[in-house]
Design a binder for this molecule. Structure first.
Ligand code: 5AD
Ligand code: SF4
Length: 488
């Protein structure tokens, strides 16, 4: 077991650093409080790498919190760690290949280390991982994380093949020890799993059935986060808007969203990902009633063809999707709309693909995530014979992306001269610009006379001066007249 240094208050963690008590980041080489007695103590150290979506990123924050609470110390490289954790994604096979490639890379340096594979890839591949990567000793899916401390004990006891694959919890995995990566923006899971059965999707098999947290439980955590200084919260769920409070209060998603927005201290509330079938008008009404609910809805359409949507088992038609778009376009709030598109779903004809292209023209999305259809184990689409050739799938994806690029360039161009409030999220030292995010979830990089790190996490009006397809650029708006313009 590696030895690390700890001062007498046990504030130092890791071979080279100490864990900042507030930001929980590994920082300096010496104990900043200069505690006199530096002692050397044996500590289990871990390194974690995360692949995939925001749900996975947030799951890792919970796993890290649990490990820290169990007396582990986090380190920045695999070399320094006694335990390696890979939180994997299996939504498309590329993500999965990446994980096995990574496990192979660490095969040689893995000697004497405990290697754990977590997440959707672990749930999907199960025991097969032990065969394919014999240096792995823990395989656990996200629905088993509540048993993580117990599984760690089994590892400690020398068990070489610990497995956690059961969907054995009625509730979402929550831990008060979650170690959040960002000090200003927090993720908060409100619902886990998925009860839909889209024909291409592996998620119902990897994340299990839907489990909503109680409204009271969500509110308690959101209030605590606001009290800790977080000003932005993103409510998370595979189908976030299918949320249904299991307690007698019985809140639906729109009610929960409105209640979270009312929590003092919060300035921005986001949510992702929404399913069109459950996207009801009261959600828009809630956004319209409260400025703190952000001007952004991510509503994956997947295809513009009703025939393909039916084959995908998406539970809505193109017209039903467009009705939701109309609600958003008619809103008093300037809602940005983003989506996911899959091209080359089995049986998708050229004219059905053209319907997707026309949908892009019609909706004028603010951003899209385009994917090539990828065959996934256990899914219904495997049975559809009529596969679209790979070169054709590649062509369709490029066509979608090219069209969308032009749309974004035009939309961003129209924003030049306007003023947007950003949350300052980072600093690009190479360009000497601050990195901000608008309520519509656009990246807006900007110049400011100050490079004081205290600006991080604050909100600032920025005048947009330039536009690219994927981001905007501008300058901090320190002029009082302009400030009055936006508050008018
Ligand atoms: N192939 C391609 N894209 C997929 N997605 C989910 N499953 C697949 C698949 N088998 C995409 C969908 C979903 C996003 C998270 O990933 O567009 O909305
Ligand atoms: Fe997958 Fe469909 Fe569930 Fe989304 S709604 S996670 S695409 S099965």
């Amino acid at each position: 077991m590696p030895t690390i240094f700890a001062c007498h208050e046990n504030r130092n963690l890791g071979k080279h650093g100490w864990l900042h008590p507030v930001s929980k980041r590994l920082l300096y080489r010496a104990c900043p409080a200069l505690h006199s007695t530096m002692v050397s103590v044996p500590v289990k150290t871990f390194y974690i790498e995360t692949f995939g979506c925001q749900m996975n990123a947030h799951d890792s924050e919970k796993v890290v919190g649990t490990l820290l609470q169990q007396g582990f110390a986090q380190v920045a490289t695999p070399d320094e760690a006694s335990h390696l954790f890979y939180n994997t994604c299996s939504i498309r096979d590329k993500a999965e290949q990446k994980v096995f490639h990574r496990l192979d890379t660490f095969k040689r340096s893995a000697k004497g280390k405990i290697i754990a594979v977590l997440g959707c890839g672990a749930q999907q591949e199960g025991e097969k991982i032990f065969e394919r990567a014999p240096h792995v000793s823990l395989v656990a899916g996200s629905a088993s994380y509540a048993r993580l401390p117990e599984m760690l004990i089994q590892l400690e006891a020398g068990n070489k093949r610990v497995l956690g694959l059961a969907f054995d919890r009625d509730e979402a995995f929550e831990t008060p020890y979650t170690r959040r990566d960002n000090p200003h923006r927090a993720f908060l899971t409100i619902i886990e799993g998925c009860d839909k059965s889209c024909a291409y999707c592996v998620v119902p098999f990897t994340r299990g059935p839907e489990r909503s947290r109680t409204g009271a439980n969500v509110m308690e955590e959101a209030r605590r986060l606001a009290g800790e200084g977080y000003t932005e919260i993103t409510l998370l769920g595979q189908n976030v808007n299918s949320y249904q409070d299991p307690s007698p209060a019985g809140w639906d998603f729109a009610t929960l969203l409105a209640r979270v927005g009312e929590i003092p201290g919060l300035r921005r509330v986001r949510f992702t990902t929404s399913h069109p079938r459950d996207f009801v008008k009261p959600i828009i009404d809630a956004i319209e009633a409260d400025e703190r609910l952000c001007n952004h809805v991510h509503l994956p359409v997947q295809s513009g063809s009703t025939r393909v949507l039916k084959a995908m088992q998406r539970l809505y038609t193109r017209d039903e999707y467009m009705r939701r778009i109309d609600w958003m376009k008619q809103s008093r709030r300037p809602l940005a709309i983003t989506t996911d598109i899959i091209v080359g779903f089995p049986g998708e004809t050229e004219s059905e693909f053209e319907e997707t292209m026309q949908l892009l023209d019609e909706v004028q999305f603010d951003a899209i995530f385009g994917f090539k259809y990828s065959q996934r184990p256990n899914t219904a689409a495997l049975k559809i014979q009529d596969k679209v050739p790979e070169e054709e799938i590649t062509r369709r994806l490029s066509a979608v992306q090219e069209k969308q690029r032009a749309i974004q360039l035009r939309k961003h161009g129209e924003m030049i001269g306007g003023i947007e409030e950003v949350l300052i999220e980072g600093r690009n030292h190479a360009t000497q610009q601050w990195i901000g995010r608008t309520s519509q979830n656009r990246t807006l990089n900007f110049t400011h006379t100050s490079d004081d790190p205290a600006l991080l996490g604050t909100y600032m009006p920025v005048r947009i001066t330039r536009a690219g397809p994927n981001s905007l650029a501008g300058e901090a708006c320190l002029n009082l007249d302009l400030l009055q313009q936006i508050s008018a």
